[in-house]
Design a protein around this ligand. Structure first.
Ligand SMILES: [Zn+2]
Length: 161
């Protein structure tokens, strides 16, 4: 399955798509080294990458390859693959981290909290009972997530082949 996804991505990359040079998501979409870019998996129209500034350990994003910030402008193929990758990512996060819950969310527009509003991405964030209580009541204490290369290795190992 993963080999098929890889092959699809290569074809899409050769075909090329518009990229914004100053957009971090576009840089990740075109990154030549997945280990360096912390990319867990790639499909034909989207990819899964560790969030460089995680809310919790295991916080990853599903990102559409194309520079497009509007959910309603995704093609049916892009929308289907993004949701499929969200399902796979959620399963991998559950296997790897055994969370009590998972937040899956899209922030559309800067007013909605999008850090990169021009390029659609879906957050998948594992959650544990009372983790928000802990973080708000002990506001001076930053919860340190695991090192990002560890997240990358852990989720790749949990990805169902
Ligand atoms: Zn972009």
């Amino acid at each position: 399955m993963i080999e098929r996804l890889w092959a699809g991505w290569r074809a899409a990359y050769v075909g090329g798509h518009a990229a914004a040079v100053d957009c971090v998501m576009c840089v990740l979409a075109a990154a030549p080294d997945d280990d360096e870019a912390l990319v867990i998996a790639r499909g034909a129209h989207a990819f899964v990458v560790c969030n460089a500034y995680p809310y919790t350990s295991g916080h990853v994003m599903v990102v559409v390859d194309r520079h497009e910030g509007n959910l309603e402008h995704l093609t049916p193929g892009e929308a289907t693959e993004v949701m499929g990758l969200v399902q796979w990512t959620t399963a991998a996060v559950k296997r790897a981290y055994r969370p009590d819950g998972v937040n899956v969310g899209i922030n559309l527009g800067a007013a909605a909290g999008a850090g990169v509003p021009g390029h659609l991405h879906v957050h998948v964030v594992p959650r544990w009972d009372a983790d928000t209580n802990f973080m708000t009541t002990v506001a001076e204490t930053r919860v340190l997530p695991e090192a990002l290369p560890d997240t990358l290795a852990r989720l790749r190992a949990s990805w169902e082949h």
